[in-house]
Design a protein around this ligand. Structure first.
Ligand SMILES: O=C(O)CC1=CCC(=O)O1
Length: 93
């Protein structure tokens, strides 16, 4: 199942720089592993915002939730999920 996910990161302004950097580093390592695993198909920065748009390919809603909630930045993100279905006019998917 494919999901469009928008994540907006909101780190507390008073979070120490080294703590924020450690979280971002862990986030990057896990995001890259999930891309190698074929679960995280696309990862795009939203221009001008500390946010990304991603496409995930997972088995079901529960796997998506488990994956998203395992991200180190999860406690500091607003996440919007849109389930995707086939479009009848699409010539590739
Ligand atoms: O910077 C972000 O958009 C949050 C994030 C998700 C995966 C990653 O490496 O950073």
């Amino acid at each position: 199942m494919l999901f469009h996910v928008e994540m907006t990161v909101k780190l507390p302004a008073d979070m120490p720089r080294d703590e924020a950097d450690a979280l971002k580093s862990k986030e990057k390592a896990l995001a890259q592993q999930l891309q190698r695993d074929g679960k995280w198909l696309h990862l795009w920065r939203v221009a001008g915002r500390y946010a990304n748009v991603s496409i995930f390919d997972v088995n079901d809603n529960d796997e998506l939730h488990a994956l998203l909630s395992s991200l180190p930045l999860w406690p500091f993100m607003d996440v919007k999920v849109v389930p995707l279905a086939q479009h009848p006019s699409a010539i590739k998917n």
